[in-house]
Design a protein around this ligand. Structure first.
Ligand code: ASP
Length: 328
């Protein structure tokens, strides 16, 4: 028997399979979050990973924060990662907005990923620093006009949810505000609590605890109707009822693997995600901060992909109309 045959016979006898055929997952799974720690995407990732750890107690799940360029640095990193299912991306509406904001995006949203399923949806809140004088949207509008050129608006970089919501706010108010980009709204919130930035639009995932403790000014939510299921958020008017038009926006999060990840691994990941969405602890934790867990066909990759395509077209029209310039 030559050496190769002897080796295969040995592997067979020991019941070992080559790495490619090993059951997935057979090593640590890394969830890439394209924003800084302490923000809304990080919160979804932490709840997700907690739930995955219960499902697969012997697998290590890691969260890797890769902020930069409005989240696009982390997304391109996953587009080029090994396509074995051990690196996945948790990304939000930025998948649909970035193609309209960056000239040299290093990935194709439709072509470079396997779509694993949409997981959560959440509205945003317009919030202000603790010492900001206005107490409601009407006051705020007057204050912004009176302080023209001096008001600033924090966001998580071009293409982020906070940036998109900020564009809608400026369109609604017909004013230009100075934007201050951060690596995520986690650090932006810290700056806001320190009275260093005036305003921000952020997901309720990140603002609910601050609104609850009364540490920031909260002006309204971007949902269609009041968030009656949340004792904290129910007190806030919708921005629509406060007279800010065109500010209804829902931020969605989904999971992606690099293109070419084997179908069996994509299926396994989708099963794992569906189990997370059925986990009462995950549902409760997201619900507590104003997010809802997806429970429709978008839990599957095909419908998730169609949804992102439709969102890309929809936000493309809004972004073009806003006059937002393309960046590199
Ligand atoms: N989701 C981002 C974050 O986690 C914030 C944003 O998109 O505005 O920081």
């Amino acid at each position: 028997m030559n050496r190769i045959l002897l080796f295969s016979a040995l592997i067979g006898a020991l019941g070992l399979a080559p790495a490619a055929a090993q059951a997935y997952p057979h090593k640590a799974v890394t969830v890439v979050v394209p924003y800084a720690a302490g923000g809304p995407t990080d919160k979804v990732a932490r709840d997700l990973v907690d739930s995955l750890r219960k499902q697969l107690p012997r697998t290590t799940f890691l969260i890797e924060h890769t902020p930069g360029a409005g989240g696009t640095t982390g997304v391109s990193k996953v587009a080029r990662a090994p396509n074995d299912g051990h690196t996945v991306l948790l990304a939000h509406i930025g998948m649909a907005t970035a193609p309209w904001m960056y000239k040299n995006l290093k990935y194709q949203v439709q072509d470079d990923f396997e779509y694993l399923g949409l997981i959560t949806e959440v509205p945003m809140t317009l919030v202000g620093r603790p010492g900001l004088p206005p107490s409601d949207v009407a006051d705020l509008t007057r204050w912004i006009v009176a302080n023209k050129g001096k008001v600033n608006l924090a966001n998580a970089g071009n293409g982020s949810a906070s940036h998109l919501c900020g564009l809608l706010l400026q369109q609604a108010l017909k004013v230009r505000l100075t934007t201050v980009p951060f690596s995520g709204t986690g650090p932006a919130m810290a700056a806001m609590l320190g009275d260093q930035v005036d305003l921000m639009c952020d997901q309720t995932t990140n603002t609910t605890p601050q609104i609850e403790s009364g540490t920031i000014k909260a002006y309204g939510v971007t949902s269609e109707s009041r968030m009656t299921h949340s004792p904290t958020l129910a007190k806030l008017p919708t921005l629509k009822e406060s007279g800010l038009r065109g500010m209804q926006i829902t931020i969605w999060h989904g999971l992606y693997a690099p293109k070419g990840t084997p179908a069996s691994v994509v299926d396994r990941l989708n099963q794992m995600i569906r189990a997370v969405l059925a986990d009462p602890a995950f549902v409760k934790s997201q619900h507590a901060v104003g997010a809802v867990v997806v429970k429709d066909a978008r839990m599957g990759g095909a419908e998730h992909k169609r949804f992102v395509e439709a969102e890309t077209a929809r936000w493309g029209r809004v972004i073009k109309a806003s006059g937002q310039a393309l960046t590199n």
